[in-house]
Every structure is written in structure tokens, then in C-alpha cells.
Design a protein around this ligand. Structure first.
Ligand code: GLA
Length: 388
């Protein structure tokens, strides 16, 4: 990221070189294990990336907000008079939703000029949206001395996404983006929101993210369908136990699902959630013992469960994963995020990583006709101000 060039773009867009904008950064995230568990009050294990969203912002005297992005041609100017309404399918809804949350909490927002730049691919399941929300939240908190803690900002960003943007996501993405810590992943209990930073020490292995480059069309409706299936499972299990969430059941209780849930689909959804929580707990345990081989096996099992029981994978993700597993040096590989498209996350031996990328690109292209993209991320800190 060339910050001088970015600042220059800001001045070209908005003029007035006498008033310097302030730079903020918010990461994207990748989830290492614990998928579709957050909205079931379960465990997740994501980490923040060195890819994310940069925001340059400064105050102006006019009573309006100016939005612009380097990524595409889609500027907006919004007058500041009360709460905003959704402007249709536009990226500006992410910051607008967050600004609304500040206004609802009686923070007086005055005029701003904002320029965004994102280097996390959009719609690839690496939380570009949570990244835009959190960079806005951190900047507003700073500029208007609102005094919110990171958890408040995380919750406000999730609310913006749920209520303003209309995507009924859990808390994992905003939490990872807000609380990220360099070289650590976050072991989060989504019920209590207590968390622990766990160092990611991979010895002679690296993390590789592979983008299917498949457009994720039906993700939102399928996502909501999965949420309702989990709610249905909780209802059906009431005669067994008065649970509020599937994550209240342990892996030793999976067998009882057969007795209480006759709908095979709903039963498999519940099985995924409960078994995935078990995998996260074991994954943390083995990681702390530096057993990367077992961690990789658990990643593999997680993908298999997401494919067979939760059914959120599809040809592209499965091809990357199952073709990937045939290659030497692959310790573990699975889809990450909501699924249906987006990315996989793999742990690969450093010495085999170049071969992994070359060979996987060929077999993936042969099978799907698509070209994958590879990223070798660093694990970074959560959303923050970069300079004054
Ligand atoms: C999306 C949602 C998250 C989480 C994942 C699946 O990324 O935004 O809240 O539910 O899917 O684990």
C-alpha cells in the first residue's frame, strides 16, 4: 500500500491540500476452523489478514458526507439530516449502516470526506464487508471521540450488516476484524464472547488462501436457509433438553439426533454444528501442542462435514479441496467463510507451496473452466488508526 499515492488520490478527488486526512486500516479475515457455528453460539477460530480496507477521512464544514472508493467508479454525496435509508445494492450501505448506529447512540456526526481502498477481493468470503464496516466504525469513534470499546464497534458493525445491509450474519467476521492480533488466531466462544489469542506457529508450513473466483449468487438466501434449519433442529430437540442453541450439545450427544430429528436434512445440519464445535476444541488443543498434522486433519474433516452434512460447498470449493489433497505437502485444506464459492484455506509445506499453486491451478481450470487466485497472507492486527 503506497500511502503517499493514496493521499494524492484523496487530494485529487476532494482538493484542499491544507487539510490533511487521517488514515485508518481494517483487515479482512480468514477462518481457520469453526464454520457455520457462530450463529449457533458455538466456537470459531478466525484470524485477521494483512489484506483489508484503507480509509482516508477528514472533517469538512458542510453538512454532508462524501464517499468515494479507489476500487470502482461509484461516488456518493449524502446530506446529513437524520437517519439514512438503504440506497439499494451499493457498497455505500456498509458505511451508512455503521454511521446510523453511531447516530442511534446519539453521537453527533458532522461533515466528512472519505476515500476507501480495499485490497481484499470483494465477495470472496474474506469479509470485505466487515472490513469496510469496521474501518468506518473505528474512524468515527476516533473522529467524534465517541469512546466506544472494540466490542461495541464490533456489535454496531454486525447490526449495520444485519439490519441495514440485510445480511443476517453472525458475529465472527466483525469480531475477527476488530480484535485481530498479529500472528495469532482468535479462539472465540460466540455465546459468551470470551476469547483467547492463540499463536499460529506453523513450523515449515504456510497458509495459502485460494479464491475459486466463482461469483457467489445465492449465498444470502442459502445462508438464511441454513440458519432456519438450525433453529428447527433446536425446536425438535426440546423434548430431549431445553436448549437455546445447538452448541449446548456435546459430540457425545450426536447419537440422540436420530431419535429426535426425523428430517434427515435438519439432522445432518445439527450434526455438522455439533461435530464442528468438537473439531475446534481439539484443533486449539493440538495447535498448542504444536501438532500441525492433526490440526490439518481436523481442517479436512471440517470441509467434509461442510460438504456432506451442511451442504454449503459446491463443485468449485470441492475441486480445490479434493484436488489439493492429492498434492504433496498439503497438511490440511478446507473451505472458509459462508461457502458456495469464495475461498479455501490450506496449510502447505513451504517447500511444496510453489508446486501446490501451479498444479492446483491446472487441475482446477481443467475441471471448472475457472482460474483460481492464490494469496499467502500474513496474520495482522485488527482495525486501527495508522497515522495522525
Ligand atoms: C459468513 C458470516 C459469518 C459466519 C460464516 C460461516 O462469513 O458472515 O458470520 O456465519 O459465514 O461460518
Amino acid at each position: 500500500m503506497d500511502t503517499n499515492n493514496f493521499t494524492e488520490q484523496f487530494y485529487e478527488k476532494y482538493g484542499n491540500r491544507n487539510s490533511r486526512p487521517v488514515l485508518f486500516f481494517s483487515p479482512g479475515r480468514v477462518n481457520l476452523i469453526g464454520e457455520h457455528t457462530d450463529y449457533n453460539a458455538g466456537y470459531v477460530f478466525p484470524c485477521a489478514l494483512n489484506y483489508g480496507t484503507y480509509l482516508l477521512v477528514r472533517k469538512i464544514d458542510e453538512k454532508l458526507l462524501r464517499f468515494s472508493t479507489v476500487n470502482f467508479n461509484d461516488d456518493a454525496v449524502t446530506p446529513l439530516n437524520g437517519l439514512f435509508t438503504n440506497t439499494g445494492k451499493k457498497w455505500i450501505n456498509y458505511p451508512l449502516g455503521v454511521i446510523n448506529e453511531f447516530q442511534k447512540k446519539d453521537v453527533k456526526i458532522t461533515g466528512l470526506e472519505m476515500l476507501y481502498y480495499g485490497d481484499v477481493p470483494n465477495g470472496a468470503g474474506l469479509s470485505s464487508s466487515a472490513s469496510i464496516e469496521m474501518v468506518t466504525a473505528v474512524a468515527l469513534n476516533d473522529f467524534f471521540n465517541a469512546g466506544f470499546g472494540t466490542l461495541d464497534l464490533v456489535k454496531m458493525s454486525q447490526k449495520a450488516e444485519n439490519e441495514f445491509v440485510g445480511m443476517n450474519c453472525g458475529i465472527m467476521d466483525q469480531f475477527a476484524v476488530g480484535f485481530g492480533k498479529k500472528d495469532n488466531a482468535i479462539f472465540l466462544n460466540c455465546d459468551t464472547l470470551s476469547y483467547e489469542n492463540v499463536p499460529i506457529i506453523l513450523n515449515d508450513n504456510i497458509l495459502i488462501i485460494t479464491n475459486t473466483n466463482k461469483r457467489r449468487g445465492l449465498t444470502d438466501s442459502k445462508y438464511n436457509e441454513r440458519r432456519s434449519e438450525c433453529e428447527r433442529a433446536v425446536e425438535l430437540l426440546q423434548p430431549y433438553k431445553a436448549i437455546k442453541n445447538l452448541s449446548e450439545l456435546g459430540t457425545n450427544e450426536i447419537a440422540i439426533l436420530d431419535k429426535y430429528i426425523s428430517d434427515q436434512v435438519v439432522r445432518r445440519r445439527a450434526k455438522h454444528v455439533i461435530s464442528e464445535n468438537g473439531r475446534v476444541l481439539e484443533a486449539i488443543d493440538v495447535l498448542k501442542k504444536n501438532n500441525i498434522t492433526r490440526f490439518g486433519e481436523l481442517m479436512n474433516q471440517s470441509h467434509d462435514s461442510l460438504k456432506n452434512d451442511y451442504e454449503v460447498t459446491g463443485l468449485e470449493l470441492d475441486t480445490l479441496v479434493y484436488e489439493g489433497r492429492k498434492l504433496p505437502g498439503v497438511i490440511g485444506t478446507r473451505m472458509t467463510g459462508a461457502g458456495f464459492g469464495g475461498c479455501t484455506i490450506s496449510i502447505v509445506k513451504k517447500s511444496e507451496s510453489a508446486k501446490f499453486m501451479t498444479e492446483l491451478a491446472i487441475s482446477y481450470n481443467n475441471i471448472t473452466g475457472l482460474k483460481p487466485e492464490f494469496y499467502m497472507p500474513e496474520i495482522s492486527d485488527g482495525a486501527h488508526r495508522i497515522e495522525s
